[in-house]
Write a protein that binds this ligand. Structure first.
Ligand SMILES: NC(=O)c1ccc[n+]([C@@H]2O[C@H](COP(=O)([O-])OP(=O)(O)OC[C@H]3O[C@@H](n4cnc5c(N)ncnc54)[C@H](OP(=O)(O)O)[C@@H]3O)[C@@H](O)[C@H]2O)c1
Length: 340
């Protein structure tokens, strides 16, 4: 495994992140303790140091299992990312949301479950559309100053909110968000409209969740295998199946798995990207880890892009696609080298 810098920071994280939402069986699915430990061990032995969890995963069991595992290991090797926002078994009105009170309470609970005295990366989990973004950033910055958290990051939030937050933080000398977690895959490309260009602008690393469409892009359902993605959902509808077939045929060409192709596609898209790969079985992880050894040709990238293409919508399509319109800027734009 190679390491990458996480966003505009000096933090080195493995080029794949381990998704741990399925560690524990409290929600009626997932991996038991032994399997979760085997998965963490395999990932760490391959050089993986970057774990993704959240206060609510499997009712706290995911954090607890990670805590049990790292207390038998060198804590400092690992980069633990967790999240706050979602209600974790409390009844008070501030036990959820992006507010400062919940942030502080949730972090204390996560530290206990993780059996550590610091979190490496704390994500805001989902935008609550209520809390002012300056309250969030100031709270995160205080946690960082107190040494409870090392870096701030954000997930599932509109681009304009993240953008305002990072600009404010820069002006105020607060820690900025260094990573952006969003659902992104060959069957969910809408973050290309606003979120990914925004992340590139701020030098944030994108950490896609459900990069395999919950498993659909491995082709398992087309082969008649079982899993937790429901039939006819947007990950298994006609369009998703068409995309998955393209992924499978490129995988056959390369002699690798469809999952490898789906993960590698986003790693070659031209922005800083560390997929958060979930696994509930050790063999799934072993297969997925092979992704770091493959490369897609330009022609294969184009084939995947075309099979999964979505309209950018307004204003993306309006200013990107119309060559005639570009000429109406004066005819020079096709000769200007664009900023990378
Ligand atoms: N920020 C957020 O809102 C958010 C939301 C969701 C997830 N996440 C994070 O992102 C991580 C990944 O999400 P995800 O688990 O939905 O994404 P995913 O990586 O797209 O899907 C993982 C699932 O795919 C199947 N799978 C994986 N490798 C396979 C293989 N080689 N062959 C066959 N099936 C395979 C397994 O499903 P089965 O268990 O059905 O076999 C596994 O649980 C989570 O663990 C979590 O850390 C964040």
């Amino acid at each position: 495994m190679k390491y990458k810098l996480l966003g505009r920071s000096g933090l080195k994280v493995s080029e794949l992140c381990l998704g741990t939402m399925g560690f524990g069986t409290d929600n009626g699915w997932g991996a038991d303790k032994d399997t979760s430990f085997a998965i963490m061990e395999e990932f760490a032995n391959a050089g993986g140091n970057f774990f993704d969890t959240a206060n609510v995963y499997q009712k706290g069991t995911s954090e607890r299992l990670i805590g049990d595992f790292i207390s038998q290991q060198d804590r400092d090797f690992f980069v633990l990312a967790t999240k706050y926002t979602l209600k974790d078994n409390q009844t008070n009105p501030n036990a959820s949301g992006n507010n400062r009170k919940n942030m502080m309470r949730s972090v204390e609970e996560s530290l206990k479950r993780l059996k550590t005295d610091f979190i490496d990366v704390l994500y805001l989990h989902i935008w609550d559309d209520i809390t002012p973004i300056d309250e969030v950033l100031r709270g995160l910055d205080d946690l960082i100053r107190h040494g409870k958290v090392n870096y701030a990051a954000i997930s599932d939030t509109p681009a304009w909110v993240v953008s305002k937050g990072n600009t404010l933080a820069e002006l105020m000398g607060w820690s900025q968000f260094i990573a952006l977690q969003v659902e992104y895959s060959l069957i969910q490309r809408t973050p290309e409209r606003e979120l990914i260009p925004m992340a590139k602008h701020y030098g944030m690393t994108v950490t896609p969740w459900a990069p395999l469409g919950g498993g659909a892009l491995t082709g398992k359902y087309l082969r008649g295998e079982q899993g937790r993605v429901k039939a006819e959902s947007n990950r298994r509808n006609e369009n998703a199946e068409k995309i998955t077939r393209t992924v499978m045929s490129i995988a056959d060409e390369l002699g690798v798995t469809a999952g490898n192709v789906a993960l590698q596609w986003m790693r070659q898209k031209g922005f800083s990207c560390i997929p958060i790969v979930g696994a509930t079985k050790i063999d799934q992880l072993k297969e997925n880890l092979k992704t770091v050894d493959i490369a897609l040709t330009d022609a294969q990238m184009q084939q995947l892009d075309e099979a999964s293409n979505i309209p950018l919508g307004f204003p993306g399509d309006f200013f990107k696609e119309d060559a005639v319109k570009l000429n109406s800027f004066g005819g020079f734009y096709d000769r200007v080298e664009k900023r990378k």
